[in-house]
Design a binder for this molecule. Structure first.
Ligand SMILES: *Cc1c(COP(=O)(O)O)cnc(C)c1O
Length: 863
């Protein structure tokens, strides 16, 4: 006990190349050391990399590439930097630079001995740390310097090449008793040392390989039993995906060592994977922090991170090579697999993933671990061909989901499976530690897939981004600020809503002013010639009147909707109504044509079966452009799996049939899904349809459908109408001949509606707290049907800050009768409180039903 108490507390800070190449950055290092050390009551060890680009130069010197000139240039660069720091170059670096120049004359240089190379490579860190220590002292800080090689030893790892044993060493695993005591004897308060370098067993220099400075910091942290190792870098931390590919990737604020190890190994380059082991074994927490944005939470890696099951990250690795081996009858033979793997070993290849079936074994070769050249592969294939049928599949991409409890998540991954289902998956591999799941597909299919998969992981709940212990802000939010969001109308109407709830729940309330605003948004560009409201989203008479008063037309998908429209608005001209049904009976087409509304057809069979219904008519044609999009598999209305639209391959055939029946096709239509996030989608649809219309003769109108999204979740952005409009303006200018039609449903009404429910019972069962309401999937189907997320608020207890995570359920006898999970609501929530379910103006009431013989909700209007 006494021994532990006597140990000095140390904090280890590591700074990379960009942090040591400028004067202001060195000021930051000094300030951080003082502040963070004081906050922890600890002494501070600072570990630094070489200045940016220096290690590359040293590598070139090792390779014998223009060595003399390069050494001179390096010496010059470091001298100039000394002057920038107001240091005397000779005093600060004279000896160091002499040593660097001396290495050129070293007898080992001729044969480029590995020990000599390690020494050359080590100079970058020795130079940067010497400059830094001199500069920080000159600023009045009590900084000392030490040679890391006096403290860190290279470890022993079997089966490694000579070169790896010198130039990419592993840290030594043994704990060294008394290390803290000895290191603490350093006379200065702060100590500066080098990353990357260590002492070889033979007394010479060894280096940890690229990214090795993280490893050095981790080793020092582990040996010192530090309170923490902080890796200061130029990114905010580890993300749930590579932000360059997925801007909505979330900062991971808390990970356990195993997860961090997995993420560092499979994707993120933020932290060297080898650096986690030492801290993990010593139980020292690590943090990744952003030097230019120290206020961000960063990523904390420690053993106390609650084991939250869920996908934490998704990553991709390109350049993967698969070797597929088909049995030729020897499979069952003893030792067969051993023989096969012996061949891989003989060709110096280490196998990464393995998938096997009765007659096939497929393995992957990771480019990071292997020197996979076509020569090596050819030689391997020749050897393997003697025992099995071989096929090399390359280039492939491995897409890996990382997170704890992957097995228990499989049922949530149905949309992810569906997305992969559209590609050819060569291999699926699940790690035995239940931390990762990897899919290998063709590299060509991988482009653009990650943002989609990331969105699906969130939508399905497999990636629990609402858990603020683990998920921080998105990269987009960090770069561009909080998402642009309008304040919901109901925030200021609590008293009014409570009074309405008094008159009975469940009850939908619609705010017409919001509907008007959204309608004006849609028409606020000259590019849009006409806008039709898809009434299936919400056919309430007051809403139909509101949108038609704003100049919109109405889009119907059934005869029932058509009759409802004309019963509500008898004066509405038929030209302002579209009829776009799906698999409707013949009499609905007859009735619609008799009414004079615009009818859209999407198959040839209707023309063949019912030629007399359509002969001589003018109609629109709905096309399937071969792909779908939207917030959920079930709302994608394009692509081979969807029942909607004429496939492009039959376009000419349809035109011929129509021509024979003297039918004029005046409009082309495509509606490919609902809740499509990308505002450029519609311009692409217009471009595609306009290209087709040019070949089709009589077309004067192009209808690019609806599907504009609204931000349901707190981290979603308002739909970027400016980008949407700009895209349409641009494409309209390219194809000005056609009238452009849009038909939004959700966008116009979703945010205008709220659902009011009353609490029936609050129950705890097996640790899960549930709030029961008087309406569930019977009044609001979207969560059960699409895993949709809606904001849920207890408006009877405003401002209550003591919250509990609740599951909000309805009164229906179905396990799926859940409106929301893990929602933080007032801990005091009780019977008769009023619960507001937000953004329920679209596909709410229209999907309500009387299941369990519960009454339909009431509806109110706020003018
Ligand atoms: C449902 C539907 C719409 C509206 O879709 P939203 O996602 O609500 O905008 C538009 N056009 C057609 C043909 C539809 O069936």
């Amino acid at each position: 006990m006494g021994l532990v108490a006597a140990r000095q507390k140390w904090l280890v800070l590591k700074f990379g190349g960009t942090s040591v190449s400028r004067r202001d950055r060195w000021d930051t290092i000094g300030r951080m050391a003082v502040e963070r050390g004081a906050a922890e009551g600890a002494r501070v060890l600072v570990v630094v990399s070489a200045m940016s680009g220096v290690t590359n130069e040293l590598q070139a010197i090792c390779d014998g590439d223009d060595a003399v000139a390069r050494v001179a240039a390096l010496a010059h660069r470091h001298r100039v930097f000394c002057e920038e720091l107001a240091l005397d170059p000779e005093q600060a670096l004279g000896q160091r630079l002499a040593e660097l120049e001396g290495l050129l004359r070293d007898p080992r240089a001729a044969g480029r001995a590995l020990a000599w190379q390690a020494e050359v490579l080590a100079q970058g860190e020795l130079l940067s740390s010497s400059i830094g220590a001199a500069y920080l002292c000159s600023q009045g800080l009590d900084f000392g310097w030490c040679d890391a090689r006096d403290w860190l030893q290279a470890g022993h790892v079997p089966n490694r090449t000579e070169s790896a044993l010198r130039l990419s060493v592993h840290p030594r695993r043994e704990i060294e008793p008394g290390f803290n005591d000895r290191f603490t004897q350093h006379p200065r308060a702060f100590v500066l040392t080098q990353g990357f370098i260590a002492r070889h067993d033979d007394g010479g220099t060894a280096v940890f390989g690229r990214g090795g400075s993280d490893t050095s910091a981790a080793c020092f942290g582990a040996l010192l039993g530090a309170v923490r190792v902080e890796i200061w870098t130029d990114v905010p931390g580890m993300f749930s995906a590579n932000p360059r590919e997925v801007p909505d990737a979330r900062l991971l604020t808390r990970l356990d060592y195993a997860e961090a190890q997995e993420i560092a190994t499979t994707g993120a380059k933020v932290l060297h994977p080898r650096s986690i082991g030492p801290c993990r074994r010593a139980g020292v927490p690590m943090m990744i922090l952003d030097t230019s944005r120290p206020e961000l939470p960063g990523t904390r890696i420690d053993a106390t991170a609650a084991a939250i099951p869920g996908v934490k990250a998704i990553s991709r690795r390109d350049g993967v090579v698969l070797v597929s081996m088909e049995s030729i009858g020897m499979w069952q033979q003893v030792g067969f697999l051993a023989d096969i793997f012996e061949l891989f070993k003989r060709h110096g290849l280490s196998v990464d993933l393995i998938g096997s079936s009765e007659t096939n074994v497929t393995i992957s070769l990771d480019p990071a671990d292997n020197l996979v050249t076509s020569n090596v592969l050819e030689a391997l294939a020749t050897d393997l061909a003697k025992v099995c049928r071989v096929k090399v599949i390359a280039p492939c991409t491995g897409i890996t989901l990382v997170g704890r409890g992957m097995r228990s998540l499989l049922h949530r991954l149905s949309d992810v499976w569906a997305t992969f289902g559209r590609e050819r998956v060569h291999l699926i591999s699940q790690s035995s530690n239940d931390l990762n799941l990897t899919f290998v597909i063709d590299e060509a299919d991988a482009d653009g897939l990650l943002p989609l998969l990331h969105a699906e992981l969130i939508a399905s709940g497999a990636m629990p981004v609402m858990d603020s212990d683990v998920f921080g802000p998105s990269w987009r939010e960090i770069e561009y600020g909080r998402p642009q969001r309008r304040e919901p109308w109901w925030i200021g109407q609590r008293e009014d809503l409570l009074a309405r709830a008094e008159t009975g729940t469940p009850r939908y309330v619609y705010h017409l002013e919001t509907v008007r605003e959204r309608a004006r948004d849609m028409l606020a560009t000259d590019a849009v010639d006409r806008c039709f409201f898809a009434i299936k989203a919400n056919p309430h008479p007051a809403i139909l009147r509101t949108v038609t008063d704003e100049g919109l037309g109405l889009e119907c998908v059934s005869l029932g909707e058509l009759e409802h429209v004309f019963a509500t608005l008898p004066e509405l001209p038929a030209s302002r109504v579209l009829f776009t049904p799906s698999f409707a009976p013949r009499r609905e087409y007859e009735a619609a044509l008799a009414r004079g509304v615009t009818v859209t057809l999407d198959n040839i069979e209707a023309l063949q079966r019912w030629p007399e219904v359509f002969r001589g008519r003018t109609i629109w044609l709905r096309l399937d452009l071969g792909r779908g999009d939207g917030h959920h598999e079930k709302v994608r209305t394009g692509g081979a799996a969807a029942k909607f639209g004429l496939p492009l391959a039959r376009f000419d055939a349809f035109l011929a049939h129509a021509h024979a029946l003297d039918i004029r096709i005046s409009g082309l239509h495509a509606h490919l899904g609902s809740g499509i996030e990308d505002p450029r989608h519609w311009r692409e649809v217009y471009a595609h349809l306009a290209g087709l219309a040019d070949t089709a003769g009589d077309v004067d109108t192009i209808d690019i459908g609806g599907g504009m999204p609204i931000p349901y979740t707190p981290d979603a952005q308002d739909f970027d109408l400016a980008v949407w409009r700009a895209g349409l303006d641009e494409i309209k200018a390219a194809f000005p001949r056609y009238a452009l039609v849009v038909e939004p449903g959700r966008y116009l009404v979703a945010e205008a509606g709220v659902l009011l429910l009353s609490v029936t019972q609050v129950v705890e069962k097996d640790g899960v707290h549930r709030i029961g309401c008087d309406g569930g999937m019977n009044v609001m189907m979207r969560p059960a049907l699409y895993d949709a997320w809606h904001g849920i608020h207890n408006i009877s207890r405003p401002g209550d800050t003591s919250t509990t995570a609740f599951e909000i359920v309805g009164p229906i006898c179905e396990t799926g009768d859940v409106l929301g999970r893990k929602r933080l609501l007032s801990s005091a929530t009780a019977e008769d409180d009023v619960i507001l379910v937000a953004d329920t103006g679209a596909y709410g009431m229209t999907m309500a039903n009387t299941y369990n013989l519960r009454a339909l909700p009431a509806e109110d209007i706020i003018e």
